[in-house]
Design a protein around this ligand. Structure first.
Ligand code: ZN
Length: 351
């Protein structure tokens, strides 16, 4: 059995997963009337306080546990969650990391991204959410379960479902990965779909591409052209990340060259040759953006029984599609050798 399926298998019991988005155009963040202050934690990490929430990276919201961990250890994820996905079969060095995302564990990724649509969403924003979800599902193994109007507490076992609530806001932001319980994904009005695709990228576990620890080998960051209060958005991840391959200028998770610029005619991010072409211009997932989710997610169909039924198209970690036989073999592996789902029990799931 391929180790990268372990995570999805582990979390199948909970049945559902999540999603989120921020923007390349930070103007909606800047336009927010909310009071924003910078807080330096004991660990030295600088975070933004916005209302009751703490954020890093411009649009990444911290859970209470992540804030506490960040304050005490300088890292968002508590040490106890650091078991690798492939427990018992691989060590850290042998896992193939793609893009830059959370260190994957059964605790911070999803089986399916369970989500709800807040009643305050405009028709326009709802439409962009649907487009973004369809884009993720067409290009990756990430699957979404629309639980709008359904219980938020499991009726049998009494635990709170982890889920993303898409919410209308004046800003775009999201938590990174599955946090537990309700996690709000904020979207401002009149955002293009790629903003929702980006925020969903955070919710499934991706960080910003320019926060890769090796980014200085690929780009120059002119931090003097960034307001003091926003400079922390360009901090590098130095712990508990996973990534591989060359820097991806066209990642949906990459800021634009001029985002946060004080002097808007001078870029903040340039390539090593001094140019800015193609930096952060993505309107959809790049090839590299797809590698990370396709390594750690498996596309389930929502069911009310315990059978793990796979979607017709299953991507491999290199973005190629499994053959029909490979798909059936995996489905058998996930179901005690039985490749045939019972002819029942699919749950309606309309985005
Ligand atoms: Zn972001």
């Amino acid at each position: 059995m391929k180790n990268y399926y372990f995570l999805a298998l582990m979390s199948l019991g909970l049945l559902y997963a999540s999603c989120s988005k921020d923007n390349h155009d930070q103007s909606s963040n800047l336009a927010s009337k909310e009071k924003v202050e910078l807080v330096t934690l004991k660990s030295g990490v600088v975070v933004e306080k916005r209302g009751n929430q703490y954020l890093i990276g411009g649009d990444v919201v911290l859970s209470e546990a992540q804030f506490k961990s960040l304050e005490e250890t300088g890292d968002m994820f508590p040490k106890k969650e650091l078991k690798p996905v492939s427990i018992g079969e691989q060590n850290e060095e042998s896992i193939q990391f793609k893009n830059v995302g959370v260190y994957p564990t059964p605790y911070n990724l999803w089986a399916m991204v369970r989500y709800t649509l807040s009643p305050n969403l405009t028709a326009y924003t709802k439409q962009t959410i649907t487009e973004a979800i369809n884009h993720w599902e067409a290009n990756t193994n990430v699957r979404f379960y629309n639980a709008t109007g359904q219980p938020t507490i499991d009726p049998t076992y009494g635990f709170a479902y982890p889920y993303v609530e898409f919410t209308q806001s004046t800003v775009n932001n999201s938590f990174v990965g599955r946090v537990g319980g309700k996690q709000i994904l904020n979207l401002a009005q009149w955002q293009p779909a790629y903003v929702a695709i980006h925020e969903i990228g955070h919710a499934i576990g991706l960080y910003h591409e320019m926060s890769r620890p090796d980014r200085d080998n690929f780009v120059n960051v002119n931090i003097s052209n960034v307001p003091t209060g926003n400079q922390h958005n360009f901090d590098k991840k130095t712990t508990n990340y996973s990534y591989i391959g060359a820097f991806d200028f066209s990642s949906i998770m990459m800021y634009g060259a001029f985002d946060f610029a004080i002097n808007s005619s001078v870029p903040v991010i340039t390539k090593k040759d001094g140019t800015t072409s193609g930096i952060g211009n993505a309107t959809g997932l790049s090839f590299n953006d797809r590698l990370w989710p396709n390594s750690y997610y498996v596309p389930y169909i929502a069911r009310s029984d315990v059978y793990a039924e796979l979607a017709p198209v299953v991507y491999k970690p290199d973005n190629t599609v499994m053959t029909a036989q490979e798909r059936l073999n995996l489905q058998a592996q996930l179901n005690n050798g039985n490749p045939n789902p019972p002819n029942c029990c699919r749950i309606p799931n309309v985005h």
